[in-house]
Ligand binder design. Structure first.
Ligand code: PEP
Ligand code: MG
Length: 543
């Protein structure tokens, strides 16, 4: 029995036999050819065939993992059309009189190295995409079958790395787990595995792969990122028990898909999901969330090396709105500062950053950043059911200024003949004690409140949320916090606004009944908690 440690990218347990996944032999020979035109025509035909295959894979992914995740195959199709990529292949064929396979292989090496050397993690991950499309082209040129086939029993797929198209092409019903020697948790493969609900571990290393044989027994623990090869009987029995309990929990929860969030006495609530980016949409859909209650837009800024442009933001917001197909999507404006620092914002060092220049304060002081984001948001509003939410509000005057800027942005768009929706809901986070205490004054100015219990706890109890040494003083169930939430709920409802909770406390099922008694209208939790909260709601009787 040998244990290897990697990084778990989807928490679940699998026990079974290993199937080593090898790619078709793509060692490409350099051959001299006479007719360079005919060789280029072979490339054109191979690109056409590859596009048709990718289009099929796209359709399959669309059904299995949702639009946001399927999009990578549209990107692959676009990459196949890329002028620089095609010019490079053509030039190599023409100038060196070599075979198409060789020209594609050299182009693949050059382009993938270029992406791999970029600083941005997202661009680095594109290196694998270049290799993926190039291998497909080579397979088409040489007539090798390029498909990920698993036959017979369900197996644990073990590979050096897996390309997104390989992952999604596999028959999901035949795969127990994905395990790779390399790969990054940022890669689309990891995201796909997560959204396909298949346990996955990456980064187990070359030593593990070299020692792994087809048909070997293994235990994959995606929670801890551990694989145990040739487990002994005792280990097998203990993991089997863990897996059974886990499966039972998940099975029961999945039965709740499509069911209403309604208590035994008929009180209804919305259960939405929190996301950090477009890539999380698959999980939102897979877990049957009724909408998105918090899109932390600052991740767009954190992932970038410079201010994301209006176009970049518009594309991301539009994608989320379209994927949610008319369901509510609440996007929170930039909440940078405190624990979320971004180099290019060039912020001064502060003694107490959590009490400093952050979130809405930055937006009001640097309206050019704020307006760019608002323009992108309003433009995207034409593609779905958008709510815009503002973080860290402490006063009526802040909200007055924000609303005036929103009106300016809308007027500008109207003048420019750019489409936006007139039905965008405006809301604020209740995450400072000040906002809760004056919620009677703020409620008439908005459509909704969303309570950010993470910060509300920090500011109410004077407990730095980053400091693990004071955790015992940071009682999230503190009566002061619950009273502030209750007060905000009363004031919201008295003024025709609705109220949700999007902080971590929303997923604390020991409080669900209390929240429902307060009249909370929406709970927004990480996608994997949606069904768990639904289960608890359906067993509550408020009468
Ligand atoms: C909160 O403060 O509860 C919240 C949801 O916002 P964040 O955790 O992003 O600060
Ligand atoms: Mg917060």
């Amino acid at each position: 029995m040998v244990k290897y440690q990697g990084k778990g990218v989807y928490g679940a347990v699998a026990i079974g036999k290993v199937a080593l996944f090898g790619k078709p032999d793509t060692v490409v020979k350099r051959e001299h050819i006479e007719d360079v035109n005919a060789e280029w025509k072979r490339v054109v035909a191979a690109v056409e065939a590859a596009t048709a295959q990718l289009s099929e894979i796209y359709e399959k992914a669309l059904k299995e993992v949702g639009e946001a995740n399927a999009q990578i195959f549209e990107i692959h199709m676009m990459m196949l059309e890329d002028e620089d990529y095609n010019d490079s292949i053509k030039n190599i064929i023409e100038t060196q009189s070599v075979n198409a396979e060789y020209a594609v292989a050299v182009t693949s090496d050059n382009f993938s190295e270029m992406f791999a050397s970029m600083e941005d993690a997202y661009m680095q991950a594109r290196s694998a995409d270049i290799k993926d499309i190039s291998n497909r082209l080579i397979a088409n040129l040489s007539g090798t079958v390029d498909s990920a086939n698993t036959s017979g029993d369900k197996v644990i797929i073990c590979a050096n790395d897996l390309a997104p198209s390989e992952t999604v092409s596999m028959d999901k019903d035949m795969v127990l787990a994905f395990v790779t020697a390399h790969g990054s948790s940022n890669s689309h493969t990891a995201i796909l595995a997560r959204n396909m609900n298949i346990p996955a571990i990456i980064g187990l290393g070359d030593e593990w792969l070299a020692a792994t044989r087809d048909g070997q027994m293994a235990i994959v623990d995606g929670y801890d990122g551990v694989i145990i090869m040739d487990p002994d009987d005792e280990t097998l029995a203990s993991y089997q028990a863990k897996k059974d309990a886990d499966d039972e929990k998940k099975r029961l929860l999945l039965e709740l898909k499509g069911k209403e969030n309604v208590t035994l006495d008929g009180t209804r609530i919305n259960i939405y999901a929190n996301i950090g980016g477009v890539d999380n949409i698959g999980a939102v859909l897979a877990n049957d969330a009724g909408g998105i209650g918090l899109f932390r837009s600052e991740f767009l800024y954190l992932e970038n090396t410079d201010y994301p442009t209006e176009e970049q933001q518009f594309a991301a917001y539009k994608k989320v709105l379209e994927s949610m197909a008319g369901k509510k999507v609440i996007i929170r404006t930039l909440d940078i500062g405190a624990d979320k620092q971004v180099d290019y914002f060039d912020m001064k060092k502060e003694e107490n950053p959590a009490l400093g220049f952050r979130a809405i304060r930055i937006c009001l002081k640097r309206p050019e950043i704020f307006k760019t984001q608002l323009r992108a948001l309003y433009r995207a509003s034409a593609y779905g059911n958008l709510g815009i939410m503002f973080p860290m509000i402490t006063s009526v005057s802040e909200l007055t200024k924000i609303k005036a800027i929103c009106e300016e942005v809308k007027a500008e768009l109207k003048d420019q003949g750019i489409e936006y929706s007139e039905n965008v809901e405006i809301g604020i986070m209740i995450e400072t004690p000040a906002a809760a205490v004056i919620s009677d004054l703020l409620a008439p100015m908005v459509d909704f409140f969303s309570v950010g219990t993470n910060d509300l706890t920090q500011y109410t109890l004077a407990c730095d949320r980053q400091n693990s040494d004071i955790e015992e003083f940071c009682d999230t169930h503190h009566e002061a916090i619950l009273r502030l939430i209750e007060m905000s709920a009363k004031n919201a409802h008295a003024n025709g606004a609705w109220i949700g909770i999007c902080g971590e406390l929303a997923a604390d099922t020991s409080l669900t009944e209390r929240f429902l008694s307060m009249g909370i209208d929406e709970l927004s939790v990480s996608p994997t908690y949606v069904l768990k909260v639904r289960e608890v709601v359906r067993n509550i009787n408020l009468k």
